[in-house]
Design a protein around this ligand. Structure first.
Ligand SMILES: N[C@H](CCC[C@H](N)C(=O)O)C(=O)O
Length: 279
């Protein structure tokens, strides 16, 4: 089973062309559920290893170029993934499925994207964020203040001192599962302000259940929260990710248009053998 491994600023994905249902046939031949397949493919050491898995499929509406299914590495389905969308567009461009102006269907809605620099950079117009609100919750016996916003998937954003040494994984996990965010939980973004148009971010990602090197919808959530709370004064906002790449976030004041732009890296073309699933 052919696949391509790509990452968007360190947030990595295994992408399959499933337009003829090839993946479904392969999974059925293995007597696995789709969720089991995803978990095994995304596993490090025994699979390909990735934060998520993407299936490229034929669109429901012919005016769009393709539809996708997005899965986190734990097999859970997410309605949107910013970095994954940039990788999916690069894949579709190189497969000749799309040209440089792209429209594709996600559970969050139709995403518009633009291929830049022959796919080495992709700019995505996300769906309109919603639900921006201040949230206070108790974590480890202390009151924590932050902001919630849904940028295609839910995010809780909070300012921290010494971001570099912050305990993102255990502290992030407590917030990710906090009852305030039930049902479904949330992704958790920890940020510091660098300048009037720059923040740094570290993200605990729902469904990966770990810190990732970058989170596209998290970078967008954090840039919007930082701007709306007056922590940054200018747009576009530079978001410095854990992996070191910079994501460029721009948006209208009324959030009617929200853009995520950054680098995409093609890591390898691969072939999955059935015996990979016998372990
Ligand atoms: N883990 C997220 C989906 C992927 C988001 C992230 N990888 C991005 O680039 O937006 C969730 O289940 O809400």
């Amino acid at each position: 089973m052919r696949f391509v491994k790509l990452h968007g600023s360190g947030n990595d994905f295994v992408v399959f062309d499933n337009r003829q249902g090839e993946v479904y046939d392969f999974v059925k031949s293995l007597n696995l559920s789709l969720k089991e397949f995803v978990v095994k493919v995304c596993a490090f050491h025994t699979g390909v290893g990735a934060d998520g898995l993407i299936l490229i499929e034929n669109p429901e509406n012919y005016e769009n170029h393709f539809k996708w299914q997005f899965f986190n590495s734990d097999g859970s389905v997410a309605s949107m993934c910013g970095n994954g969308s940039r990788c999916a567009v690069r894949f579709a461009y190189e497969e000749g499925i799309v040209d440089k102006q792209v429209r594709f269907e996600t559970l969050a809605g139709v995403i518009h994207a633009e291929v830049l620099d022959e796919g080495k950079r992709v700019k995505v117009l996300l769906t309109k964020p919603n639900g921006l609100k201040d949230v206070s919750l108790r974590v480890r016996g202390t009151s924590v203040e932050g902001s919630f916003i849904n940028t295609g998937v839910p995010h809780f954003v909070m300012l921290v001192d010494n971001l570099e040494s912050f305990d993102v994984i255990s502290y992030g996990r407590e917030i990710r599962f906090h009852q305030v965010f039930e049902p479904g939980g949330t992704n958790v973004d920890f940020i510091k302000v660098n300048s009037e148009d720059s923040i740094s971010i570290r993200t605990y990602e729902r469904g990966v259940e770990n810190e990732t090197l970058a989170c596209g919808t998290g970078a967008v959530a954090s840039a919007i929260v930082a701007y709306k709370r007056g922590l940054v004064k200018r747009k576009p906002v530079e978001v410095r990710t854990k992996g070191g790449d910079i994501l460029r976030i721009d948006f209208d004041d009324d959030l009617s248009r929200v853009f995520l732009e950054g680098s995409v890296y093609k890591v390898f073309d691969g072939f999955l053998h059935k015996e990979a699933f016998y372990y």
